[in-house]
Write a protein that binds this ligand. Structure first.
Ligand code: HDL
Ligand code: ZN
Length: 418
């Protein structure tokens, strides 16, 4: 394997990032057979909840008035306010510009007429293929909540699978909203009760096993508040210990814990109303040490939790860090997080996921990831070369593949990876 000169390392890193097809391990995208749950096109891009939050800072419109508008009215207002009357310099607004540019559409129009005509002319299957190709993705991982009344019945009726979309058994409806949802589980023939007795926990496990057989998820997942504690003599604590983790072991799938959300701090903003809080990671420590036969994917929402999460990943090989989640997914924070992860964990983590809710967002989210990470990865390899170990293109290819594919494939068994 020929050693690269210091000056060759950055261009080779950029080439390997560009030529490697990534797996997007957490999105809110849906395979075509799940119908209108799947969001795509300019009106969905422009009314993304990140942009709705930014609208209210630049417009006199009040949330109630805004949410009473039609989708097109909302998009026209956001476009005018954030893209015409102001320069779209935030991460989320610039992302829409990057998508329009990548699709050869005007990026500085006064209205959305041309973009709407373009998307209206697309057929979804071909458009999905084109978008994933531009984004450099071989496949994406979905978020599928069996207790979502808009989605659960579709899976129960039977849905056509899609090779580029992998399901995830999302458990917020069960773990965070038992009081709201236990009757829906009971209505399906599972003998559960409001207080979630031991018998109910066993039935909840049967419910999860039945869904794991139906959905064949690559992992199970839940988002958790900043106040999350474990173990905990609560409905959530008992369901995690008695139903979720045993099901994950039974089906040999990881459990994804996304911790640190402060839900609806501003309810008027609806999906845009959540904020962030620093979590007590001793809950994660106790879960990792108590369940050595469970594998965990972990993403934390607070920047202040990131360094200690790297320490915990060094202590527990059954923890796999992933992503710069939500309020962390901007270059200034991604750079800090990725550098400390490389320094403390080498390539034993998954640097990013898109969290895309609208199909075309993967274009900008992965363009930004490649652009931000290239100099960071190049610097990592330059330091290695300067410290006396020659670096080859093969090294860089293998490590980029590990970061953005192999780590996830091994963790989930995707593609038969051991
Ligand atoms: O719970 C989650 O999966 C979060 O990613 C939320 O969906 C959040 O609203 C979001 O879209 N973050 O990007
Ligand atoms: Zn998400």
């Amino acid at each position: 394997m020929s050693a690269l000169s210091i000056d060759q390392i950055l261009p080779v890193v950029e080439q390997e990032l560009q030529s490697t097809q990534f797996i997007d391990i957490h999105t809110h995208l849906f395979m075509p057979s799940l119908g209108e749950l799947g969001l795509w096109g300019i009106d969905e891009l422009v009314t993304y909840h990140y942009l709705e939050a930014e609208l209210f800072r630049s417009s006199s419109v009040k949330p109630d008035a805004y949410f009473a508008m039609t989708k097109r009215e909302k998009a026209d207002l956001i476009w005018r306010t954030l893209f015409v009357e102001n320069a779209p310099v935030s991460e989320a607004t610039r992302g829409v510009v990057a998508v329009l540019s990548a699709l050869g559409l005007p990026t500085a129009s006064d209205d959305l007429k041309v973009a709407r005509e373009y998307f209206a002319a697309q057929t979804l299957e071909a458009h999905i293929g084109n978008v994933l190709k531009i984004a450099g993705l071989s496949e994406v991982v979905m978020t599928n909540d069996p207790l979502d009344p808009a989605e659960g019945p579709r899976w129960e009726a039977g849905v056509e699978r899609h090779a580029k979309f992998h399901p995830v058994l999302r458990l917020d409806g069960m773990l965070n909203k038992w009081a709201l949802n236990w009757k829906a589980i009971a209505a399906k023939g599972y003998k559960v009760d409001e207080g979630c007795s031991d018998a109910a926990v066993a039935e909840a496990r049967r419910f999860l096993s039945d869904w794991a057989k139906r959905m064949k998820p690559v992992y199970a997942a839940v988002s958790l508040p900043d106040t999350f504690q474990f173990p905990e003599d609560s409905i959530r604590g008992r369901l995690i210990a008695g139903a979720v983790l045993p099901m994950c072991r039974e089906f040999d799938i990881p459990m994804s814990l996304m911790i640190g959300v402060r839900y609806l701090v501003n309810p008027a903003l609806k999906l845009a109303g959540d904020a962030v809080g620093k979590a007590d990671l001793q809950a994660l420590e106790r879960m990792a040490v108590s369940y050595p036969d469970n594998r965990f994917l972990v993403s934390l929402l607070s920047r202040e939790n990131q360094h200690e999460l790297c320490v915990y990943a060094r202590k527990f090989a059954n923890l796999m860090l992933f992503g710069c989640w939500w309020f962390l997914n901007q270059p200034s924070v991604v750079e800090e997080m990725t550098r400390e992860r490389l320094e403390m964990l080498g390539t034993t983590f998954i640097p990013q996921h898109s969290d895309a809710r609208v199909l075309e967002q993967v274009i900008y989210k992965w363009r930004n990831t490649r652009r931000t990470l290239a100099p960071i990865l190049a610097n990592t390899f330059k330091l290695l070369a300067e410290d006396g170990r020659p670096v080859s293109r093969e090294d860089i290819h293998r490590d980029v593949t590990r970061l953005f594919r192999t780590n996830f494939e091994r963790w989930t068994g995707l593609g038969g990876a051991a």
